[in-house]
Design a protein around this ligand. Structure first.
Ligand code: ADP
Length: 496
Protein backbone atom coordinates (compact mmCIF):
# COMPACT_ATOMS: atom_id res chain seq x y z
CA UNK A 1 0.00 0.00 0.00
CA UNK A 2 1.38 3.40 -0.93
CA UNK A 3 1.11 5.23 2.36
CA UNK A 4 4.80 5.93 2.71
CA UNK A 5 5.79 9.54 3.44
CA UNK A 6 2.23 10.62 4.18
CA UNK A 7 1.82 12.39 7.55
CA UNK A 8 -1.58 12.09 9.20
CA UNK A 9 -2.72 13.45 12.56
CA UNK A 10 -5.82 11.81 14.00
CA UNK A 11 -7.55 14.05 16.53
CA UNK A 12 -10.18 12.42 18.70
CA UNK A 13 -11.99 12.85 22.00
CA UNK A 14 -11.58 9.11 22.65
CA UNK A 15 -9.33 6.22 21.69
CA UNK A 16 -8.98 2.75 23.22
CA UNK A 17 -7.45 1.74 25.55
CA UNK A 18 -7.22 5.25 27.03
CA UNK A 19 -10.81 6.49 26.95
CA UNK A 20 -13.97 4.94 25.58
CA UNK A 21 -17.67 5.64 25.51
CA UNK A 22 -18.47 4.23 22.06
CA UNK A 23 -17.36 2.57 18.85
CA UNK A 24 -15.54 5.72 17.73
CA UNK A 25 -12.73 4.98 20.17
CA UNK A 26 -12.17 1.47 18.74
CA UNK A 27 -12.19 2.79 15.19
CA UNK A 28 -9.63 5.52 15.84
CA UNK A 29 -7.07 3.18 17.39
CA UNK A 30 -7.57 0.31 14.95
CA UNK A 31 -7.32 2.69 12.01
CA UNK A 32 -4.13 4.23 13.39
CA UNK A 33 -2.47 0.81 13.75
CA UNK A 34 -3.47 -0.23 10.21
CA UNK A 35 -2.26 3.06 8.70
CA UNK A 36 1.05 2.62 10.46
CA UNK A 37 1.37 -0.86 8.99
CA UNK A 38 0.72 0.67 5.56
CA UNK A 39 3.71 2.99 6.04
CA UNK A 40 1.92 6.19 7.08
CA UNK A 41 3.52 8.50 9.66
CA UNK A 42 0.33 8.53 11.72
CA UNK A 43 0.01 10.12 15.15
CA UNK A 44 -2.91 10.63 17.48
CA UNK A 45 -3.91 13.55 19.70
CA UNK A 46 -6.48 13.33 22.50
CA UNK A 47 -7.11 14.98 25.88
CA UNK A 48 -5.41 13.73 29.03
CA UNK A 49 -8.46 12.74 31.10
CA UNK A 50 -8.07 11.85 34.76
CA UNK A 51 -8.70 8.17 33.92
CA UNK A 52 -5.39 8.11 32.02
CA UNK A 53 -2.33 7.34 34.14
CA UNK A 54 0.67 9.54 33.37
CA UNK A 55 3.13 7.06 34.88
CA UNK A 56 3.77 5.23 31.58
CA UNK A 57 3.92 8.47 29.56
CA UNK A 58 6.71 10.92 28.76
CA UNK A 59 6.09 14.55 29.73
CA UNK A 60 7.29 16.70 26.83
CA UNK A 61 9.08 19.93 27.61
CA UNK A 62 6.94 22.06 25.29
CA UNK A 63 4.63 24.57 26.96
CA UNK A 64 1.62 25.38 24.81
CA UNK A 65 -0.40 28.60 24.91
CA UNK A 66 -3.67 27.83 23.14
CA UNK A 67 -6.02 30.66 22.10
CA UNK A 68 -9.33 30.36 23.92
CA UNK A 69 -11.65 33.35 23.69
CA UNK A 70 -9.47 36.44 23.66
CA UNK A 71 -7.00 34.94 26.12
CA UNK A 72 -4.59 32.03 25.97
CA UNK A 73 -4.94 28.82 27.92
CA UNK A 74 -1.78 27.00 29.02
CA UNK A 75 -1.44 23.29 28.20
CA UNK A 76 1.25 20.64 28.09
CA UNK A 77 1.81 17.48 26.09
CA UNK A 78 2.48 13.95 27.21
CA UNK A 79 3.56 11.27 24.79
CA UNK A 80 2.73 7.57 24.81
CA UNK A 81 2.18 4.76 22.32
CA UNK A 82 -0.82 2.74 21.23
CA UNK A 83 -0.33 -0.72 22.79
CA UNK A 84 1.66 -3.17 20.71
CA UNK A 85 2.38 -0.57 18.06
CA UNK A 86 4.71 2.33 17.44
CA UNK A 87 1.89 4.85 16.87
CA UNK A 88 2.70 7.96 18.95
CA UNK A 89 -0.17 9.28 21.03
CA UNK A 90 -0.02 12.88 22.28
CA UNK A 91 -2.15 13.72 25.27
CA UNK A 92 -3.19 17.33 25.68
CA UNK A 93 -2.99 18.18 29.37
CA UNK A 94 -4.96 20.94 31.04
CA UNK A 95 -5.99 20.10 34.57
CA UNK A 96 -8.90 22.48 34.94
CA UNK A 97 -10.62 21.32 31.74
CA UNK A 98 -9.78 17.61 31.48
CA UNK A 99 -8.96 16.24 34.93
CA UNK A 100 -12.48 15.34 36.04
CA UNK A 101 -14.59 12.20 36.31
CA UNK A 102 -15.92 11.85 32.76
CA UNK A 103 -15.30 12.49 29.08
CA UNK A 104 -18.40 14.46 28.09
CA UNK A 105 -20.33 14.62 31.32
CA UNK A 106 -20.65 13.53 34.92
CA UNK A 107 -21.63 10.13 36.27
CA UNK A 108 -25.28 10.73 35.45
CA UNK A 109 -24.40 11.62 31.85
CA UNK A 110 -25.22 15.28 32.42
CA UNK A 111 -22.95 17.10 29.92
CA UNK A 112 -20.33 19.41 31.44
CA UNK A 113 -21.44 23.04 31.16
CA UNK A 114 -18.09 24.09 29.68
CA UNK A 115 -17.88 21.48 26.88
CA UNK A 116 -17.61 24.20 24.22
CA UNK A 117 -14.47 25.43 25.99
CA UNK A 118 -13.11 21.94 26.61
CA UNK A 119 -13.37 20.82 23.00
CA UNK A 120 -12.38 24.17 21.48
CA UNK A 121 -9.15 23.69 23.40
CA UNK A 122 -8.68 20.28 21.77
CA UNK A 123 -9.38 21.64 18.27
CA UNK A 124 -7.01 24.58 18.63
CA UNK A 125 -4.59 22.42 20.60
CA UNK A 126 -4.11 20.23 17.51
CA UNK A 127 -2.50 23.15 15.70
CA UNK A 128 -0.47 24.28 18.72
CA UNK A 129 0.81 20.72 19.28
CA UNK A 130 1.98 20.24 15.67
CA UNK A 131 3.77 23.60 15.74
CA UNK A 132 5.46 22.77 19.04
CA UNK A 133 6.53 19.37 17.70
CA UNK A 134 7.62 20.94 14.38
CA UNK A 135 5.64 18.22 12.65
CA UNK A 136 3.58 19.34 9.68
CA UNK A 137 0.76 16.89 8.83
CA UNK A 138 -0.49 16.47 5.25
CA UNK A 139 -3.91 15.59 6.65
CA UNK A 140 -5.66 16.21 9.93
CA UNK A 141 -8.36 13.55 10.30
CA UNK A 142 -11.03 14.42 12.84
CA UNK A 143 -13.91 12.42 14.29
CA UNK A 144 -17.47 13.52 15.12
CA UNK A 145 -18.50 16.81 16.74
CA UNK A 146 -15.78 17.11 19.43
CA UNK A 147 -13.17 17.81 16.73
CA UNK A 148 -15.50 19.37 14.14
CA UNK A 149 -13.92 22.83 14.37
CA UNK A 150 -10.53 21.77 13.01
CA UNK A 151 -11.62 22.03 9.32
CA UNK A 152 -12.96 25.55 9.93
CA UNK A 153 -9.80 26.72 11.72
CA UNK A 154 -7.81 25.36 8.77
CA UNK A 155 -9.82 27.63 6.47
CA UNK A 156 -9.56 30.70 8.70
CA UNK A 157 -7.03 31.27 11.49
CA UNK A 158 -4.68 28.57 10.14
CA UNK A 159 -5.07 29.00 6.39
CA UNK A 160 -1.61 30.48 5.91
CA UNK A 161 1.81 29.65 7.27
CA UNK A 162 2.58 26.33 8.93
CA UNK A 163 -0.65 24.57 7.83
CA UNK A 164 -1.10 26.11 4.40
CA UNK A 165 -0.80 22.72 2.70
CA UNK A 166 -2.67 20.65 5.30
CA UNK A 167 -5.99 19.07 4.26
CA UNK A 168 -8.82 17.98 6.56
CA UNK A 169 -10.98 14.87 6.66
CA UNK A 170 -13.97 14.49 8.98
CA UNK A 171 -15.46 11.09 9.78
CA UNK A 172 -19.10 10.90 10.90
CA UNK A 173 -19.49 8.03 13.35
CA UNK A 174 -23.00 8.99 14.45
CA UNK A 175 -24.84 12.01 13.09
CA UNK A 176 -27.21 11.98 16.05
CA UNK A 177 -24.66 13.82 18.22
CA UNK A 178 -23.70 17.26 16.91
CA UNK A 179 -22.22 19.35 19.74
CA UNK A 180 -24.68 22.23 19.85
CA UNK A 181 -24.13 25.08 22.32
CA UNK A 182 -25.73 28.46 23.05
CA UNK A 183 -24.61 31.38 20.92
CA UNK A 184 -22.74 32.90 23.92
CA UNK A 185 -20.12 30.17 23.47
CA UNK A 186 -19.21 31.59 20.06
CA UNK A 187 -16.67 33.94 21.60
CA UNK A 188 -14.68 31.01 23.06
CA UNK A 189 -14.05 29.77 19.53
CA UNK A 190 -13.24 33.17 17.96
CA UNK A 191 -15.04 31.98 14.84
CA UNK A 192 -17.79 33.77 12.92
CA UNK A 193 -21.48 33.26 13.69
CA UNK A 194 -22.30 32.73 10.01
CA UNK A 195 -19.92 29.78 9.88
CA UNK A 196 -20.73 28.17 13.17
CA UNK A 197 -24.50 28.59 13.41
CA UNK A 198 -26.69 25.55 13.89
CA UNK A 199 -28.75 26.21 10.75
CA UNK A 200 -29.56 28.93 8.24
CA UNK A 201 -32.89 29.40 9.98
CA UNK A 202 -33.37 33.04 11.09
CA UNK A 203 -34.53 31.86 14.52
CA UNK A 204 -31.39 29.82 15.18
CA UNK A 205 -29.61 30.76 18.41
CA UNK A 206 -27.20 27.84 18.70
CA UNK A 207 -23.74 27.03 17.40
CA UNK A 208 -23.00 23.53 16.06
CA UNK A 209 -19.53 21.98 16.02
CA UNK A 210 -20.39 19.09 13.71
CA UNK A 211 -22.07 21.28 11.11
CA UNK A 212 -18.93 23.42 10.87
CA UNK A 213 -16.91 20.29 10.14
CA UNK A 214 -19.45 19.08 7.59
CA UNK A 215 -19.31 22.41 5.77
CA UNK A 216 -15.57 22.97 5.76
CA UNK A 217 -13.72 19.62 5.74
CA UNK A 218 -12.01 18.90 2.41
CA UNK A 219 -13.50 15.42 2.48
CA UNK A 220 -16.18 13.70 4.56
CA UNK A 221 -16.35 10.03 5.36
CA UNK A 222 -18.74 7.88 7.31
CA UNK A 223 -18.56 4.32 8.50
CA UNK A 224 -20.56 2.43 5.86
CA UNK A 225 -21.67 3.06 2.26
CA UNK A 226 -25.36 2.68 3.10
CA UNK A 227 -25.15 5.15 6.02
CA UNK A 228 -23.43 7.58 3.62
CA UNK A 229 -26.55 7.47 1.43
CA UNK A 230 -29.02 7.44 4.33
CA UNK A 231 -27.71 10.59 6.04
CA UNK A 232 -28.49 12.50 2.85
CA UNK A 233 -32.20 11.86 3.52
CA UNK A 234 -34.50 13.70 5.92
CA UNK A 235 -35.26 10.48 7.81
CA UNK A 236 -31.65 9.83 8.81
CA UNK A 237 -29.85 13.17 8.35
CA UNK A 238 -30.71 14.71 11.76
CA UNK A 239 -31.16 18.09 10.08
CA UNK A 240 -27.87 17.86 8.13
CA UNK A 241 -29.30 16.06 5.08
CA UNK A 242 -29.57 19.18 2.88
CA UNK A 243 -25.96 20.11 3.55
CA UNK A 244 -24.84 16.53 2.97
CA UNK A 245 -26.71 16.33 -0.33
CA UNK A 246 -24.87 19.47 -1.43
CA UNK A 247 -21.62 17.79 -0.46
CA UNK A 248 -22.63 14.38 -1.84
CA UNK A 249 -19.55 14.17 -4.08
CA UNK A 250 -17.28 14.75 -1.08
CA UNK A 251 -18.85 12.07 1.13
CA UNK A 252 -17.42 8.53 1.13
CA UNK A 253 -18.69 5.49 3.06
CA UNK A 254 -15.90 3.25 4.40
CA UNK A 255 -16.95 0.17 6.32
CA UNK A 256 -15.16 -0.35 9.64
CA UNK A 257 -13.11 -3.46 10.11
CA UNK A 258 -13.29 -5.61 13.24
CA UNK A 259 -10.59 -6.81 15.58
CA UNK A 260 -10.07 -10.46 14.66
CA UNK A 261 -7.47 -10.88 17.42
CA UNK A 262 -10.14 -10.45 20.08
CA UNK A 263 -13.10 -11.84 18.13
CA UNK A 264 -12.13 -15.19 16.67
CA UNK A 265 -13.86 -18.41 17.76
CA UNK A 266 -10.70 -20.36 16.91
CA UNK A 267 -8.65 -18.59 19.60
CA UNK A 268 -11.01 -16.45 21.76
CA UNK A 269 -9.70 -16.67 25.34
CA UNK A 270 -13.12 -15.72 26.75
CA UNK A 271 -15.12 -18.69 25.42
CA UNK A 272 -15.02 -22.22 26.86
CA UNK A 273 -14.75 -24.15 23.56
CA UNK A 274 -13.05 -23.14 20.32
CA UNK A 275 -14.37 -23.91 16.85
CA UNK A 276 -13.96 -23.11 13.17
CA UNK A 277 -16.18 -23.26 10.09
CA UNK A 278 -14.66 -26.65 9.33
CA UNK A 279 -15.13 -28.04 12.86
CA UNK A 280 -18.25 -26.73 14.54
CA UNK A 281 -18.65 -29.11 17.48
CA UNK A 282 -17.21 -26.48 19.86
CA UNK A 283 -20.12 -24.19 19.03
CA UNK A 284 -22.59 -26.83 20.25
CA UNK A 285 -20.65 -27.03 23.52
CA UNK A 286 -20.60 -23.23 23.86
CA UNK A 287 -24.36 -23.24 23.31
CA UNK A 288 -24.76 -25.65 26.19
CA UNK A 289 -22.55 -23.43 28.40
CA UNK A 290 -24.66 -20.42 27.46
CA UNK A 291 -27.88 -22.28 28.25
CA UNK A 292 -26.52 -23.26 31.67
CA UNK A 293 -25.33 -19.67 32.25
CA UNK A 294 -28.89 -18.50 31.51
CA UNK A 295 -30.58 -21.24 33.59
CA UNK A 296 -32.26 -22.53 30.44
CA UNK A 297 -32.77 -26.27 29.88
CA UNK A 298 -29.67 -27.29 27.85
CA UNK A 299 -31.54 -28.29 24.71
CA UNK A 300 -29.47 -28.40 21.48
CA UNK A 301 -32.63 -28.47 19.37
CA UNK A 302 -33.98 -25.13 20.61
CA UNK A 303 -32.57 -22.04 18.91
CA UNK A 304 -31.08 -19.30 21.09
CA UNK A 305 -31.44 -15.72 19.98
CA UNK A 306 -28.84 -13.37 21.50
CA UNK A 307 -28.69 -9.60 21.83
CA UNK A 308 -25.87 -7.37 23.15
CA UNK A 309 -26.74 -3.74 23.05
CA UNK A 310 -27.17 -0.36 24.58
CA UNK A 311 -30.82 -0.40 25.65
CA UNK A 312 -31.91 2.70 23.75
CA UNK A 313 -34.42 3.71 21.13
CA UNK A 314 -31.74 3.67 18.37
CA UNK A 315 -31.40 -0.08 18.79
CA UNK A 316 -35.11 -0.82 18.30
CA UNK A 317 -36.01 -1.45 21.94
CA UNK A 318 -39.22 0.59 21.79
CA UNK A 319 -40.63 -1.76 19.13
CA UNK A 320 -39.18 -4.78 20.89
CA UNK A 321 -40.33 -4.26 24.45
CA UNK A 322 -42.59 -1.23 24.99
CA UNK A 323 -45.07 -2.19 27.69
CA UNK A 324 -48.15 -3.66 26.00
CA UNK A 325 -47.01 -3.31 22.38
CA UNK A 326 -43.47 -4.66 21.98
CA UNK A 327 -42.96 -7.93 20.10
CA UNK A 328 -40.64 -9.65 22.58
CA UNK A 329 -43.46 -11.03 24.73
CA UNK A 330 -45.14 -12.60 21.71
CA UNK A 331 -41.87 -13.98 20.37
CA UNK A 332 -41.13 -15.67 23.69
CA UNK A 333 -44.66 -17.02 24.21
CA UNK A 334 -45.46 -18.14 20.66
CA UNK A 335 -42.13 -19.47 19.40
CA UNK A 336 -40.04 -22.39 20.63
CA UNK A 337 -36.95 -20.27 21.31
CA UNK A 338 -34.70 -19.08 24.10
CA UNK A 339 -33.75 -15.39 24.17
CA UNK A 340 -30.80 -13.84 26.02
CA UNK A 341 -30.22 -10.09 26.23
CA UNK A 342 -27.11 -8.37 27.62
CA UNK A 343 -27.21 -4.61 27.94
CA UNK A 344 -27.52 -1.44 29.93
CA UNK A 345 -29.36 1.73 29.07
CA UNK A 346 -32.53 3.67 29.53
CA UNK A 347 -34.22 3.00 32.89
CA UNK A 348 -37.70 2.33 31.38
CA UNK A 349 -36.18 -0.38 29.20
CA UNK A 350 -34.23 -2.04 32.02
CA UNK A 351 -37.41 -2.07 34.15
CA UNK A 352 -39.51 -3.53 31.35
CA UNK A 353 -36.98 -6.22 30.47
CA UNK A 354 -36.75 -7.25 34.14
CA UNK A 355 -40.55 -7.46 34.31
CA UNK A 356 -40.69 -9.57 31.14
CA UNK A 357 -37.96 -11.86 32.44
CA UNK A 358 -39.97 -12.61 35.57
CA UNK A 359 -42.93 -13.72 33.42
CA UNK A 360 -41.04 -15.57 30.67
CA UNK A 361 -38.98 -18.66 31.53
CA UNK A 362 -37.30 -18.59 28.11
CA UNK A 363 -36.05 -14.99 28.46
CA UNK A 364 -32.86 -14.18 30.36
CA UNK A 365 -31.70 -10.59 30.80
CA UNK A 366 -28.28 -9.47 32.09
CA UNK A 367 -28.42 -5.76 32.92
CA UNK A 368 -24.69 -5.16 33.03
CA UNK A 369 -21.67 -4.41 30.86
CA UNK A 370 -19.79 -7.68 30.72
CA UNK A 371 -17.31 -8.53 27.99
CA UNK A 372 -17.02 -12.20 28.94
CA UNK A 373 -20.78 -12.70 28.75
CA UNK A 374 -20.75 -10.85 25.41
CA UNK A 375 -18.26 -13.34 23.98
CA UNK A 376 -20.24 -16.30 25.35
CA UNK A 377 -23.45 -14.96 23.76
CA UNK A 378 -21.72 -14.52 20.38
CA UNK A 379 -20.33 -18.06 20.51
CA UNK A 380 -23.29 -19.89 22.04
CA UNK A 381 -26.25 -18.30 20.24
CA UNK A 382 -27.76 -19.50 16.97
CA UNK A 383 -29.12 -16.10 15.93
CA UNK A 384 -28.24 -12.52 16.83
CA UNK A 385 -30.95 -9.85 16.76
CA UNK A 386 -30.28 -6.16 15.87
CA UNK A 387 -33.51 -4.37 14.93
CA UNK A 388 -31.79 -0.96 14.81
CA UNK A 389 -33.59 2.22 13.82
CA UNK A 390 -30.27 3.37 12.40
CA UNK A 391 -26.80 1.81 12.56
CA UNK A 392 -23.87 3.80 11.13
CA UNK A 393 -21.76 0.62 10.94
CA UNK A 394 -22.42 -1.74 13.86
CA UNK A 395 -19.90 -4.20 15.21
CA UNK A 396 -21.95 -6.98 16.72
CA UNK A 397 -23.39 -8.24 13.44
CA UNK A 398 -19.83 -8.60 12.11
CA UNK A 399 -18.75 -10.46 15.26
CA UNK A 400 -21.85 -12.64 14.90
CA UNK A 401 -20.99 -13.58 11.31
CA UNK A 402 -17.50 -14.59 12.44
CA UNK A 403 -19.00 -16.77 15.19
CA UNK A 404 -21.52 -18.43 12.85
CA UNK A 405 -24.38 -16.78 14.75
CA UNK A 406 -26.76 -15.70 12.01
CA UNK A 407 -27.73 -12.02 12.25
CA UNK A 408 -31.38 -10.97 12.13
CA UNK A 409 -31.12 -7.27 11.31
CA UNK A 410 -32.97 -4.29 9.99
CA UNK A 411 -31.80 -3.30 6.50
CA UNK A 412 -30.08 -0.05 7.49
CA UNK A 413 -26.54 1.43 7.52
CA UNK A 414 -23.73 -1.02 8.08
CA UNK A 415 -26.19 -3.84 8.77
CA UNK A 416 -27.37 -3.64 5.14
CA UNK A 417 -23.75 -3.63 3.94
CA UNK A 418 -22.56 -6.67 5.88
CA UNK A 419 -25.47 -9.14 6.09
CA UNK A 420 -26.75 -10.95 2.97
CA UNK A 421 -30.41 -11.90 2.81
CA UNK A 422 -31.40 -15.56 3.16
CA UNK A 423 -32.76 -17.05 -0.05
CA UNK A 424 -35.28 -19.70 0.88
CA UNK A 425 -35.05 -21.36 -2.54
CA UNK A 426 -31.28 -21.76 -2.78
CA UNK A 427 -30.20 -21.51 0.87
CA UNK A 428 -27.88 -18.58 0.02
CA UNK A 429 -27.24 -15.67 2.34
CA UNK A 430 -25.74 -15.05 5.76
CA UNK A 431 -28.70 -13.71 7.72
CA UNK A 432 -32.23 -12.36 7.82
CA UNK A 433 -33.11 -8.76 6.92
CA UNK A 434 -36.30 -6.73 7.30
CA UNK A 435 -37.26 -3.18 6.36
CA UNK A 436 -39.99 -1.53 8.43
CA UNK A 437 -39.25 -1.04 12.09
CA UNK A 438 -42.52 -2.19 13.69
CA UNK A 439 -43.26 -4.76 16.40
CA UNK A 440 -45.04 -6.84 13.75
CA UNK A 441 -42.11 -6.93 11.33
CA UNK A 442 -39.67 -7.87 14.11
CA UNK A 443 -42.02 -10.69 15.06
CA UNK A 444 -42.28 -11.78 11.42
CA UNK A 445 -38.55 -11.81 10.67
CA UNK A 446 -37.72 -13.67 13.89
CA UNK A 447 -40.51 -16.09 13.00
CA UNK A 448 -38.93 -16.62 9.57
CA UNK A 449 -35.52 -17.40 11.07
CA UNK A 450 -37.07 -19.78 13.60
CA UNK A 451 -39.05 -21.46 10.81
CA UNK A 452 -35.82 -21.99 8.83
CA UNK A 453 -34.17 -23.41 11.96
CA UNK A 454 -36.87 -26.06 12.38
CA UNK A 455 -37.61 -26.72 8.69
CA UNK A 456 -34.48 -25.93 6.67
CA UNK A 457 -31.65 -26.88 9.01
CA UNK A 458 -29.36 -27.66 6.08
CA UNK A 459 -29.74 -24.03 4.94
CA UNK A 460 -28.92 -22.76 8.42
CA UNK A 461 -25.77 -24.87 8.56
CA UNK A 462 -24.71 -23.73 5.08
CA UNK A 463 -25.28 -20.08 5.99
CA UNK A 464 -23.31 -20.53 9.18
CA UNK A 465 -20.27 -21.84 7.31
CA UNK A 466 -20.57 -19.05 4.74
CA UNK A 467 -20.97 -16.34 7.40
CA UNK A 468 -17.88 -17.49 9.29
CA UNK A 469 -15.75 -17.02 6.18
CA UNK A 470 -16.75 -13.40 5.54
CA UNK A 471 -14.01 -10.90 6.48
CA UNK A 472 -14.20 -7.22 7.35
CA UNK A 473 -10.57 -6.25 7.67
CA UNK A 474 -8.94 -3.07 8.88
CA UNK A 475 -6.33 -3.48 6.19
CA UNK A 476 -8.96 -2.98 3.51
CA UNK A 477 -10.49 -0.02 5.38
CA UNK A 478 -7.07 1.62 5.80
CA UNK A 479 -6.53 1.38 2.04
CA UNK A 480 -9.80 3.20 1.47
CA UNK A 481 -8.88 5.89 4.02
CA UNK A 482 -5.56 6.38 2.22
CA UNK A 483 -7.44 6.98 -1.03
CA UNK A 484 -9.67 9.47 0.83
CA UNK A 485 -6.60 11.30 2.20
CA UNK A 486 -5.15 11.60 -1.32
CA UNK A 487 -8.43 13.01 -2.57
CA UNK A 488 -8.58 15.50 0.31
CA UNK A 489 -5.01 16.64 -0.43
CA UNK A 490 -5.91 17.16 -4.12
CA UNK A 491 -8.92 19.25 -3.13
CA UNK A 492 -6.86 21.30 -0.72
CA UNK A 493 -4.33 22.02 -3.46
CA UNK A 494 -6.93 22.98 -6.01
CA UNK A 495 -8.54 25.26 -3.42
CA UNK A 496 -5.20 26.94 -2.68
P1 ADP B 1 -22.79 1.11 19.43
O1 ADP B 1 -21.40 1.63 19.23
O2 ADP B 1 -23.85 1.90 18.71
O3 ADP B 1 -23.15 0.87 20.86
P2 ADP B 1 -21.84 -1.29 18.08
O4 ADP B 1 -22.49 -2.56 17.68
O5 ADP B 1 -21.11 -0.54 17.01
O6 ADP B 1 -22.92 -0.35 18.76
O7 ADP B 1 -20.79 -1.56 19.23
C1 ADP B 1 -21.17 -1.94 20.51
C2 ADP B 1 -20.00 -2.60 21.18
O8 ADP B 1 -20.19 -2.57 22.59
C3 ADP B 1 -19.85 -4.04 20.81
O9 ADP B 1 -18.50 -4.40 20.86
C4 ADP B 1 -20.64 -4.76 21.92
O10 ADP B 1 -20.26 -6.09 22.10
C5 ADP B 1 -20.31 -3.91 23.10
N1 ADP B 1 -21.34 -3.90 24.13
C6 ADP B 1 -22.49 -3.18 24.15
N2 ADP B 1 -23.18 -3.40 25.29
C7 ADP B 1 -22.46 -4.30 26.00
C8 ADP B 1 -22.64 -4.94 27.27
N3 ADP B 1 -23.72 -4.69 28.03
N4 ADP B 1 -21.70 -5.80 27.70
C9 ADP B 1 -20.61 -6.06 26.92
N5 ADP B 1 -20.38 -5.49 25.72
C10 ADP B 1 -21.29 -4.62 25.25
Amino acid sequence: MAGTSLKVLLVSSEAVPFAKTGGLSDVVSALAVSLKQAGVDVRLLMPLYSSIQTSGLTALANKLAIPLGVLEEPARLYEGRLPESSVPVYFLANDSLYRRGGIYGDRNNVPFADNARRFTLLNRGAFAACRALKWRPDVIHVHDWPTGLVPLYLRRQESEGFFERTASVLTIHNIGYQGTFPKQDLFVTQLAWEELRDSDDEESTMINFLRAGLRFADLLTTVSPTYAREIQTAEYGAGMDGLLRERGDDLVGILNGIDYESWDPESDALIPHHYSHAELSGKELDKRELQLHCNFPPDPQKPIIGMISRLVDQKGFVELCSPGSGSLYQICTEMAVQVVILGTGEPWCETELSALQSRLPNLRVFLEFNNRTAHLIEAGSDFFLMPSRYEPCGLNQMYSLRYGTLPIVRRTGGLADTVEQYDQASGDGTGFLFDDLTPRSIYDVVGWAVWAWYNRREHILGMRTRAMQRRFSWEKAAGEYLAAYRKAIDRRRSRA
